[in-house]
Ligand binder design. Sequence first.
Ligand SMILES: Cc1ncc(COP(=O)(O)O)c(C=O)c1O
Length: 685
Amino acid sequence: MSGDGGDPGRGAAGARRAVFRPAGDRREDRLVRLGQLAQGDHASPHPACGFPRLQAAGASARAGDSPSAERPARAARAAQLRAAEHGRRPRHLRHRAPCARRPPIRTRCAECPAPWRRSGWGTHRNGNGGAQRALSVLLRRLPVHPRAGRTADAAGRGWLELLRHQRCGAAAAVGRRAGDRHGRARQPGQGHGRNRDPEHEPDVRAGGNDRAVVAVVPAAVSATAQALRGQRTRSRTIEALAGRADEAHDALHRTHVAHLFRFATRRENKEFLRALCPLCASVVASAAARDTASESGLTTTAPLVPVYEQFPLTVVSGRGSRLRTADGREYWDFYGGHAVALLGHCHPAVTRAIHEQAERLTFCSNAMPLEVRTRAAERLAAFAPHGLGHVFFCNSGAEANENALKLAVQQTGCRRIAALDGAFHGRTLLALSATASEKLRAPFAESLCDCVRLRPNELEDVWQIDGRVAAVIVEPIQSIAGVVELSAEFLTALRRRCDLVGARLIYDEVQTGMGRLGRAFAAGAHGVLPDMLTLAKGIANGIPMGAVLMSTPIAEKVKIGDLGATFGGGPVACAALLAVLETIAREGLVAHAARLGEAMRSRLCVGPVEQVRGRGCLIGVCAHGHAKAVQRQLLERGFIVGTSADPHVLRLLPPINTPLEAVDALAAALREIGETCDAPLAESR
Ligand SMILES: Cc1ncc(COP(=O)(O)O)c(C=O)c1O
């Protein structure tokens, strides 16, 4: 096996090439050997940077990589190994040129004389042409600054993991060429001459080394980026990585990990891929979901434009706070489909109302009065705080915010808005102007309206709101940001400032409204009433619906034709909204939401949880480690929870009629997970 790969050590060029030839002939022996090296065996510190040189015999002897005094010994050892190697190699392979052409090192640091070097890890040969080529891809991607010893280490560890899992499909794809020299994908069992090895035949059949490499090294990429962040370098690659670690990470994974996962046929290989990088669990999860879907005979998600990360489960039915998947498992739904399942799944009262309305009348134009629509508006206005008694129906949260902001712009004549750091208000253009995520905003920067950004709960920022601002829009508890509650002082200051400068105050209660917080709405709390309040998500318990509630002074200025939505206030959605409001009142669900909130706050601070915040059924759970790792562990234990923009915060948005026993079950699962549940790779990031 060791002779499988191209001969690295022929002639002067070969001497410069990385050679690793431990005594054992088998690949496993070499991997063990690499493992020893990883633990520092044979490692001596580099004089320039202190990073241990990990080259084994005949290792890289690039200029500047090691003191010249060491070269003769290494060269001798390399020659010895080559001789031994030739004894074993079939004659017809002896003339073969080495597989990999390592790119010349051209980069030098702008600030110190030490030449850049490639990660010492990457210079090992594992006796396989495919791997060597894969390594060269890695090397091209990860030039390592002498000061970034830890980074190189991280890169190396990623590689070591990979090599250790040679028997796994993912690694096998690196360990051998996934396609022939013409780029055709290889079939299982079909080897490549010296690379042929049925025992280690890869089960990742397409994608090529490049894919396999980037599947494994994002940890290293991120670590490199992080280690180099803030350091001035000339390398554009590194600058790009340092500035955009997350994007690089995302991009690499979207393209490659999912691909690998799909082609890995063995279960342990899939597990391996899953374990590689907890941050990427969601990408793997979406691939897994496709698998599950196709295994269960359901249509895959393939024709859908893949804009949503996927949970690794295929839901077939739901009842209350429980979801059932295609494989017959049941889950507690502590996410409620992003807060949509306000009364849980398939609440009988809502289902009945939808059914009856659909039998009577499914659609009726807004140009005709409709009894169910009028009734729904009246009931909603009655549920809302006094002073927000006028309703405009639309279809979603973004649409509700867009219309509220439009009204503010129209009525004030100003084009500027104010919103908070971390805010999410939707993706239509005005709503996006208020949304904070740079990632979402950047492609449309030219089309967005001017937005003053305030820091949540920073009273001094309130002074930025001046006479040019049409509207201030806030989520009373910022959900996606990681459940950040706005203080009474801040909200009061916003209200006063808006009154002073003539700006409109808009509460986005798309998530916080409809009883979720243990009170009907956040509006009205602390004596602060907004001019407009927007709703969506759970308002009709899953039937698309949005609404803008507004005060009389605002509503009085709205003329016919100012706003409109063909499906807004449709009969079926209105019937569902009526059923939701009736059920909340009949079953005392606002009070129950408050009780659930208390229970979650008091009982969930266990296992990996450091802190619990939020109100009612909008709860943020701060974990010691990475929230995604906890999310995955909970999923395995039958609990669906959400994450947030804060990598340490999980979001719980359970239906407001969830039984209290579910909270106890969740607490038990968290206890079982224990304090730390981050996989080691996550720690390196
Ligand atoms: C607070 C808030 N506002 C607005 C929206 C946008 O809602 P939709 O996706 O229905 O457009 C969301 C969606 O998550 C939200 O959380």
